[in-house]
Design a protein. Structure first.
Length: 149
């Protein structure tokens, strides 16, 4: 994550060094300023790594929370709560079959494409991806194998 380099359009350290180099300073003072700039760059890099680690930890916690929610839903006695992901999957499949298979053959008979906004497609893909990943992980955990068989 080099977000500061992106913000400043390049290496911050190189920019500071060029400014120091352009100043008319005593060589000892220049060396001292360059050393301070290098130390600041090292600290900045350390802070960036720390930020990346914290962001990864947040993402991991979110995935764990989603996983726990999905597992609780799967154990629910409510048909609707257990079945909403499969319903989304079947709906997604029906739209794909309609728009990309059946439409080619049945348009002359009045079949129209189902128009779904891009954000809805993205949401459906995320739901299906998480559901498939969680289901695969369940199988791996339950069977103690890597292929989930």
């Amino acid at each position: 994550m080099k977000f500061l380099a992106d913000i400043f359009g390049g290496s911050l350290l190189e920019g500071v060094k060029s400014v120091i180099g352009a100043l008319k300073l005593d060589p000892a003072k220049k060396a001292e300023l360059e050393a301070a700039a290098i130390a600041s760059q090292v600290e900045l890099s350390r802070l960036e790594l720390e930020l990346e680690a914290k962001l990864e930890e947040v993402v991991t916690r979110r995935v764990e929370a989603v996983n726990a929610t999905m597992q609780a839903e799967a154990k629910s006695d409510s048909w609707a709560q257990r079945s909403w992901r499969p319903v989304v999957g079947f709906t997604f499949s029906a739209v794909i079959l309609n728009n990309y298979v059946a439409l080619a053959y049945l348009r002359p008979y009045g079949l129209a494409p189902v128009d779904i906004p891009g954000d809805i497609w993205s949401a459906m893909l995320v739901v299906l991806g998480v559901a498939a990943g969680t289901r695969g992980w369940e199988k791996i955990t339950r069977n103690g194998t890597k292929n989930g068989a």
